[in-house]
Ligand binder design. Structure first.
Ligand code: ADP
Ligand code: MG
Length: 396
């Protein structure tokens, strides 16, 4: 992976940067300062380019306009849907950088070409939502070629979408000299160190739902990490695989036989010993694992929280993805709260990732005390599962 810093001369070069500015835009059309951390994380790369007198062209996706067929435009159509427009994001970026951003309401076509041709040194252009074109997600070569045609150099600064084989992440690298942005480089470095050369003991706390993305992480790290602490639906699945009757607890979409095949050495994998459960009458009760009646596990219990907190405080490197329970509801938030408090208090190096995990630390702890907040949940999990990320491979 070649670094942006290895480019000798950026003066007057048109640099096309894939960022991830997929941030929530309020109904008032404003990106507020609690939700723009993904943008802030990319600023050093943009500032570096400006310092080197480059011409900066930013591109990103926003939301899932493609989920509603109505909004998908083929290449010949003009983008019309304003709900997913990046204009508010460009406005927020103006505030963050304290300089003018030139927003173009399309990302390919003659108008965009003209703007790219006229861009001056030190100027920033921001293109409209890449996903207004279905070609983006299809990794379409023609579309990528049009994007590439706007610039002299391509930078991937979006680790969080690098697990996706999309045109602005993969196909585009076929048409331009391609480099890793400072943020991408940093995220890869931090995660690689955590996997291959961490300060020990090293642990991962893994919970939440989306099981399919998490079991491969447990599989890959089970022989590398000192401890794996399971919570949430992840714990349900492991309990089930171990033959524990978990009654009506959520399992998500997983083949239990796959989970049964994972071998764990030295009791490294920790599963809950007690749980907060909700019975059929919606009453909240505490139960030891193995003694659950007609109930549903919705949080780890206090004994488990205590055990997990102790392991966390004894560790030097800690990765956390996935809440311990249905933390959005007060009565099932204690486990997640305890873990959030323990990681915030930890003197070890703490990495967190995943939208809900970040929200939980923000709610119960203090994000400022976290050593590294990874911008991508899905990409982080694939990386931690030892998979090759297509966006990173494309930069090799
Ligand atoms: P992240 O966004 O941090 O990657 P996930 O999206 O995988 O995390 O999972 C978060 C969701 O999992 C939360 O909405 C939470 O309520 C839910 N969850 C966690 N534990 C349970 C449980 N035992 N039963 C049902 N839902 C759970
Ligand atoms: Mg989530």
């Amino acid at each position: 992976m070649k670094s942006l810093k290895s480019i000798k001369n950026l003066k007057n070069k048109k640099v096309l940067v894939r960022v991830d500015f997929n941030v929530p835009v309020g109904d008032d059309g404003i990106v507020d300062d609690k939700e723009d951390w993904r943008m802030k994380a990319a600023l050093p790369t943009i500032e570096y380019l400006l310092e080197k007198k480059a011409k900066v062209i930013l591109m990103t996706h926003l939301g899932r306009p493609e989920a509603s067929q109505k909004f998908i435009k083929s290449k010949i159509h003009k983008v019309k849907n304003q709900k997913y427009s990046l204009r508010p994001v460009a406005e927020r970026l103006e505030e963050l950088l304290n300089r003018k951003i030139k927003f173009v309401n399309d990302c390919v076509g003659d108008k965009v070409k003209k703007v790219a041709n006229e861009i001056k040194t030190g100027e920033i252009v921001m293109l409209e939502n890449l996903r207004f074109y279905k070609e983006e997600k299809e990794n379409n070569k023609e579309f990528a070629k049009e994007l590439a045609g706007l610039a002299d150099v391509y930078i991937n600064n979006a680790f969080s979408v690098s697990h996706r084989k999309h045109a602005s992440v993969v196909a585009v690298t076929k048409f331009l000299p391609s480099y890793a942005g400072l943020l991408l480089e940093k995220e890869v470095k931090i995660l690689s160190k955590a996997i291959n050369n961490p300060e020990k003991p090293v642990i991962i706390i893994i919970g939440g739902a989306k099981i399919k993305t998490k079991i491969p992480v447990i599989k890959y790290l089970s022989n590398k990490f000192d401890n794996i602490l399971a919570g949430g639906v992840v714990a349900n699945v492991i309990l089930k695989a171990k033959g524990v009757d978990i009654k009506n607890s959520l399992l998500d979409d997983i083949n239990i036989n796959e989970v049964k095949k994972i071998s764990f050495k030295d009791n490294k994998l920790h599963i809950p010993v007690d749980a907060v459960v909700c019975n059929s009458k919606n009453k909240v009760v505490l139960s030891a694992i193995g003694k659950i009646k007609n109930n549903k596990i919705l949080d780890i219990g206090p004994e488990t929280a205590k055990l997990y907190s102790k392991i966390i405080s004894d560790s030097k490197t800690i990765i956390w993805n996935g809440p311990m329970g249905l933390f959005e509801k007060e009565e099932f938030s204690s486990g997640t709260k305890a873990v959030a408090k323990a990681v915030v208090k930890s003197e070890g190096y703490v990495i967190i990732g995943g939208g809900d995990t970040i929200a939980a630390v923000d709610k119960f702890g203090d994000l400022k005390k976290i050593n590294y907040i990874c911008t991508g949940g899905g990409a982080m999990l694939e990386f931690l599962a030892g998979k090759e990320l297509p966006g990173l491979e494309a930069l090799k």
